[in-house]
Design a protein around this ligand. Structure first.
Ligand SMILES: C[S@@+](CC[C@H](N)C(=O)[O-])C[C@H]1O[C@@H](n2cnc3c(N)ncnc32)[C@H](O)[C@@H]1O
Length: 304
């Protein structure tokens, strides 16, 4: 077997030799340039590695710098926010001080206009109250139905004690509406129609509503009809409500002393005033109701 192999080698050797040579030449031709390229690559790498490392350092330094600037910006933003909060707190303080100044100003003006020594408070200018129908008042009180119609004018109501400062037909009690001759807590209903707008808002808030609230029994009803400023303003601006009617209703007919209007209301504004005066169950019974030259609303509330 060994001889056979050696003979086969001898025969194959001359055939295989040129094949090997060509194969080797081919490998050398391929590997030689790769080797050269690897060498060039290694050379280039060695030359460029410091620049590469430098670039890496620069990038990370840049990143650190960015992070630091970001932190600084965040803290500056926080400082700005702090300033903003401080400013809005100062704004709140200023607005509270301003409210306080306005409150004191209103107190002083009210005292000058209505306080002791003012013309409005002069007793000789006030109507002294007189009960013209004492039996009617006593009967109503006995029945637990003491209902008063304040500022009744020419419209006296049969089931009510009609009160006005003017001695007109049907008036049962001549009195100022802020000086009623009824015991506190004795009145079942305080009704008025087209009266509230005859008083400045401060007089209504400070004098009249507290007086009527005190006159009512607990559970007693406050009911008022007043010009509806909201409906009239809407009609006037839409051109559906005559300017002359609007003007007269806003300022009053001005035919006699006391026929001047000093205030106007919307359902919402009067509701707020009544709630502030201690009434509850405030409800609007009617709104935008036409009555002659006027649009009116009717409001009902309860003394708790
Ligand atoms: C516009 S009239 C309303 C009359 C009637 N209630 C109506 O619905 O037509 C206002 C009335 O309130 C009366 N009045 C005004 N101020 C008053 C006061 N301080 N005390 C009593 N009555 C007053 C006036 O004399 C007048 O009769």
């Amino acid at each position: 077997m060994a001889r056979l192999t050696s003979v086969a080698r001898k025969i194959a050797a001359p055939v295989l030799r040129p094949v090997w040579r060509r194969l080797w030449a081919h490998i050398e031709a391929r590997v030689g340039p790769i080797d050269a390229r690897l060498g060039a690559l290694e050379h280039g790498w060695r030359q460029n590695i410091p620049a590469f490392l430098n670039a890496v350092n620069m990038v990370s330094a840049f990143g650190r710098d960015l992070r630091r600037q970001g932190n600084e910006l965040t803290s500056q933003g926080q400082t700005l926010l702090d300033h903003q909060h401080a400013l809005s707190a100062v704004g709140g303080d200023i607005s509270r001080i301003w409210d306080r100044i306005e409150f004191v100003r209103r107190e002083i003006m009210y005292e000058m206009a209505h306080g002791p020594g003012s013309r409005a408070a002069a007793p000789e200018e006030k109507t002294q109250s007189r009960t013209l129908a004492p039996e009617k008042v006593a009967a109503a009180a006995a029945q637990g139905a003491l209902r008063v119609n304040l500022g009744c004018g020419h419209i006296a109501l049969p089931d009510y004690i009609n009160v006005d400062m003017r001695d007109l037909p049907g008036v049962d009690v001549i009195a100022e509406v802020d000086d009623l001759p009824f015991d506190k807590g004795s009145v079942d209903e305080v009704f008025s129609s087209h009266l509230l707008e005859h008083f400045p808002q401060e007089a209504l808030r400070r004098r009249l509503l507290p007086h009527w609230h005190a006159a009512l029994r607990p559970g007693g009803i406050f009911r008022a009809i007043v010009p509806d400023a909201e409906a009239m303003l809407a009609g006037a601006s839409a051109g559906t409500y005559a300017f002359e009617d609007f003007r007269e209703v806003i300022f009053g007919a001005q035919d006699y002393d006391g026929d001047y209007h000093y205030n106007m209301f919307t359902p919402a504004s009067l509701s707020t005033i009544l709630e502030e005066a201690g009434f509850d169950n405030v409800a609007i019974a009617a709104a935008g109701r036409r009555n002659g030259k006027c649009f009116e609303f009717e409001i009902v509330a309860r003394r708790p």
